[in-house]
Design a protein around this ligand. Structure first.
Ligand SMILES: Cc1cc2nc3c(=O)[nH]c(=O)nc-3n(C[C@H](O)[C@H](O)[C@H](O)COP(=O)(O)O)c2cc1C
Length: 433
């Protein structure tokens, strides 16, 4: 296990952050212009490897057509592609992962856009590859919702087409030959002539080779087909904390085994886990803060938000179920299957699961910066993981600062996280240790 680990931040979509809390500041109205750019500067100062923006390209609605539960609390994502290059321009080394779904996009359009952005950002682009498990989104694009495993079959072909497009230019195709007045040698560009089950593309891609050749790829597979897809293509594989430290360790080993099956080396992949830290100056204050977050009205907001998220993850209207009872054993989903199975197996009530959702998917760590640093060090050593992603659905500048200016300096002083970027390229930073 390498002594150092990487840091990323999982942002729950390019949307209004926690906007009506004590420390919300001006983010209710200027979030699209300011909040995430300020956040990116803080992460860059703390030498995070990346910021990842989730996305669901639709208005979240319950399955009787009601949009009120989600719109009420302001969950409405705008397209993270729009902010990604701005974040790179406003920072020195931070990588950016916008999310785009293989069920909605066209591979040529997406390969071209991401490559263009890799040029504009001089090599700091990533792509969070998702298949989009929400039933209502495909109708926005005029197509039918596909079942879980079919979506992954389509995702595999999508990624295959993109790889072919990204390899459709020889690296030395841009010749800049002044004597012969030739900028690009056309003989070094190649058609791909892909004709598959879901996609056809002739190529070559209409973008010269980019600083990173192709963007850094992230995937968070939890099912068998999901983990296989991640192990085949992803540079960064994101794991939930299902099953605690033992579950995390097993997940990483599983991803490594699958990578080897696909002819890759485990060292080609960075496995990172979601964490939900609460840090404060004293242990008592941190515990108090954590406890208060589990009381009304905060817990009502948390439970409400998570009922929406889980409903959408599973395409099941959880508002119709009894909060005081465990999840029925016979529920099934074409969405996030591992998540549903873990929660069913816990035997806990739906209300309890929703109120403590962070603790189900992200490892809860509460304490002073020193205590949290020690705990992360222990989890890193025990699981062998390559790093952690901060996960908090209720973002304020204060929370961000507690991490970037409270926790990270301690991690750095202990030699656990980087104190500077080693390269201008996102991928090189990620694989420098
Ligand atoms: C950190 C993280 C970010 C994710 N971001 C998105 C997202 O933005 N959009 C989306 O449709 N799914 C997103 N997912 C869902 C995953 O792509 C995946 O579907 C989920 O982890 C379940 O795995 P499975 O599809 O293999 O069952 C995310 C999951 C995690 C853990």
């Amino acid at each position: 296990v390498h002594k150092q680990f990487h840091l990323g931040w999982f942002v729950d979509g390019f949307r209004v952050p926690a906007w009506n809390q004590t420390w919300s500041g001006s983010s209710d109205h200027d979030w699209a212009q300011k909040f995430y750019v300020d956040m990116a500067r803080s992460l860059d100062r703390a030498k995070f490897d990346f910021m990842l923006f989730a996305d669901i390209p639709g208005v979240k609605e319950m399955f009787d057509g009601s949009r009120a539960p989600a719109t009420k609390i302001g969950i409405q994502y705008i397209d993270p592609m729009s902010i990604a290059p701005i974040i790179a321009w406003e920072t020195e080394g931070l990588g950016v992962f916008p999310t785009a779904s293989t069920s909605d996009w066209n591979p040529y359009l997406l390969a071209r856009l991401l490559s263009s952005m890799d040029h504009v950002t001089n090599g700091r682009m990533g792509w969070n590859m998702v298949t989009g498990g929400n039933k209502d989104v495909p109708a926005n694009f005029g197509h039918e919702f596909m079942g879980h495993d079919d979506r992954y079959r389509k995702a595999n072909e999508f990624a295959e087409v993109m790889m072919k497009l990204w390899n459709s230019w020889d690296d030395d195709a841009v010749v800049r030959d002044y004597e012969n007045n030739t900028y690009i040698d056309g003989s070094k560009t190649h058609t791909i002539d892909h004709k598959g089950e879901f996609f056809a593309s002739r190529g070559p891609l209409a973008v010269p080779p980019t600083p990173q050749h192709h963007p850094v790829l992230a995937q968070a597979g939890a099912s068998d087909v999901g983990k296989d897809f991640a192990a085949k293509y992803a540079d960064v594989v994101i794991g939930a904390s299902y099953g605690g430290v033992a579950g995390m360790k097993a997940y990483r080993e599983d991803i490594h085994r699958r990578a080897i099956d696909h002819g890759r080396s485990p060292d080609d992949i960075r496995v990172m886990f979601l964490i939900a830290p609460t840090v404060a100056a004293t242990q008592a204050e941190a515990e108090e803060r954590f406890r208060l977050a589990k009381q009304s009205p905060e817990v009502d907001a948390v439970r409400h938000t998570n009922l929406i998220n889980l409903s959408l993850h599973w395409s099941i209207d959880l508002f119709k179920l009894d909060l005081d009872k465990p999840l029925p054993k016979d529920l099934t989903t074409q969405g996030h299957q591992a998540e549903l199975a873990t929660m069913q197996a816990s035997g806990r009530t739906l209300g309890d699961l929703a109120a403590n959702y962070d603790g189900e998917t992200a490892l809860v760590v509460v304490g002073t910066p020193d205590q949290v640093a020690s705990e992360l060090q222990a989890v890193h050593e025990e699981t062998g993981c390559d790093g952690f992603l901060i996960n908090n659905l209720f973002l304020t500048r204060r929370y961000i600062s507690e991490i970037t200016d409270g926790l990270v300096p301690v991690l750095q002083r202990r030699g656990l996280t980087r104190t500077d970027y080693s390269s201008k390229l996102f991928r090189e930073n990620l694989f420098s240790f």
